[in-house]
Design a protein around this ligand. Structure first.
Ligand SMILES: O=C(O)CCC(=O)C(=O)O
Length: 279
């Protein structure tokens, strides 16, 4: 179904759009079972890459930088005890899986390449879509980490800016278990920074505007399982820690337009043999 003019006007005005019941419960459960199976089969030995948007140390982490065309597993920041061992089971310690699930796993491929998503992406003006990045985000009970306020274009920059983020709630997301928060209209504030590859296999932030976000305007996006939140590439959004006993699983897809130039210094790069594909 095409977005109607009210929905398109809301997306233009707010920089996000909440679409309830976009995917059915069975599709959510299939994705969840698949992610859980991937984690069961994952051997964490040797992988100590702790994911956190606050942690600059990840910037030199090859495991992260090479994950653009792979299926890789990233731990919650609080997953480890002081001696480096896991505080709780592997299944309860993973922060997310990224970043090419949609190209490498058949269940994720099926979830990501549907006529409904294709139509939606076209409705928001991406005419030659390429599915660039996917993430399965666990937001684990009690230790689910903060994702600080950011714009997705900081991480996946194109010229001109032509990208959309899709955030699928695979479980009910509430203030308690760490739902998304967004600044309505904040997509008109301009791009504040870029996260880029730098010399020596490192990364850096280039800051264009260091004024603080107008946090007082943050709005919680509490949504039911099966809801899709469409995010403009410049929309400031975040999620807070999950200290509740409930998880908050979500799946995200970031889709760019082949007509825009994808920067070679973006952190996420595909190898020549695996360019991003459309629907
Ligand atoms: O799911 C979350 O907690 C945050 C996800 C997010 O901000 C993103 O994918 O850009």
């Amino acid at each position: 179904m095409k977005l109607n003019s009210d929905q398109l006007a809301a997306y233009d005005r707010d920089g996000f759009l909440v679409l309830e019941n976009f995917v059915d419960a069975d599709a959510c459960d299939r994705l969840r079972s698949r992610a859980e199976k991937l984690v069961r089969n994952f051997d964490p030995a040797g992988v100590v890459s702790i994911f956190s948007t606050r942690e600059q140390t990840r910037t030199s982490d090859d495991y992260f930088l090479e994950s653009g065309d792979k299926i890789r597993f990233f731990f919650e920041e609080n997953a480890f005890l002081a001696d480096g061992s896991l505080r709780q089971s592997k299944e309860r310690s993973i922060n997310k899986i990224g970043h090419a699930l949609h190209d490498l796993d058949p269940v994720f491929d099926n979830f990501s390449r549907t006529p409904e998503i294709k139509q939606l992406v076209s409705d928001v003006g991406i005419n030659t879509p390429l599915l660039l990045q996917s993430m399965y985000i666990f937001k684990q009970p009690r230790i689910g980490g903060v994702v600080t306020c950011h714009q997705d274009a900081t991480f996946l920059f194109t010229e001109p800016l032509r990208m959309v983020g899709l955030w699928f709630a695979l479980e009910d997301a509430t203030i308690d278990n760490g739902c998304l928060w967004a600044i309505p209209g904040g997509h008109r504030l301009g791009l504040k920074s870029r996260f880029m590859r730098a010399e020596g296999g490192r990364t850096r932030f280039e800051v264009f505007d260091d004024t603080p976000w107008p946090d007082e305007n943050l709005q919680p996006l509490e949504v039911k399982k099966g809801t899709l939140i469409v995010l403009h590439s410049l929309l400031p959004h975040l999620s807070r820690a999950n200290r509740s006993p409930k998880s908050r699983h979500a799946y995200t897809l970031h889709i760019i337009d082949a007509a825009a130039h994808y920067s070679k210094d973006n952190w996420l790069q595909r190898s020549a043999g695996m360019p991003p594909r459309g629907f």
